[in-house]
Design a protein around this ligand. Sequence first.
Ligand SMILES: Nc1ncnc2c1ncn2[C@@H]1O[C@H](COP(=O)(O)OP(=O)(O)OP(=O)(O)O)[C@@H](O)[C@H]1O
Length: 262
Amino acid sequence: MLEVSVNHVSFSYDKDLILADINMKVEAGAFVCLLGQSGCGKSTFLRLLAGLEKPSSGSIFVDDAPVMKAGLQRGVVFQDYGLFPWMSAGENIMIALKQRFKKMSFSERKAEALRRIRDVELPESVFDKLPKELSGGMKQRCAIARAFGIDPPILLMDEPFGALDAVTRAKLQDLVFDLWDKETESRKTIFFVTHDVDEALLLATDIIVFGQSPSKVIYNYSFKDKSKSDRTTMLDDPQTMQLRNNLIKIIHDEVRMKSYNL
Ligand SMILES: Nc1ncnc2c1ncn2[C@@H]1O[C@H](COP(=O)(O)OP(=O)(O)OP(=O)(O)O)[C@@H](O)[C@H]1O
């Protein structure tokens, strides 16, 4: 369980300032949803957390250690699944396990990959299938199995359900929440990028809103106690409804102000 602190982080692509003075402290085990308009820099921020890019200024620490490069401590799940197309689903998971657990034998890795496939509610027969033989939802389940398989204390998820239909999306939201929630003693810290305010309300312990580029944190909200929300009744709660309205207004006002350059 590791705390993440982001201190005065700015980032530019060439001369384009994308992120400006981002600050946050995220407790170990939090489920952080990052909201903001398209192009504001959410994915860029995840890349910085992953160590795939370096801040132009400022620093990111995981506990006392600065993030300098990519590492197995931080797993990543992308919208496009990120599975190697020439390997079966099982091999995709096994190769990640090999990197993470160097001493695991082939048969142990295979057993673990099968266990992870069952954990994401897929049949074991998926082990031998190529990604192109799987639906989008099944591919994303495999990507989640792989990410949870390497058991990173920090998981970075970049719009993981953005390409899925509403029913599959709802099932996968429940799946990820349950996988996170059941590790009561050592919950992963999850950073989850989404455009969907309701998805954030359903999943997050903390909601952070980024403004328009160059982006700053313009709003954050922490739930005092997080238990699983029921998607069908969640918005019956007046407080949740008010928070939802606030979030939508904040995001829309920001877009309006920037587009009119106010
Ligand atoms: N490799 C790159 N080189 C130059 N500019 C980039 C690069 N990647 C992203 N950008 C720019 O950085 C800005 C932020 O992009 P980013 O993908 O982080 O936004 P986002 O909030 O994740 O968007 P979306 O929600 O649409 O995925 C955009 O203006 C984008 O064009």
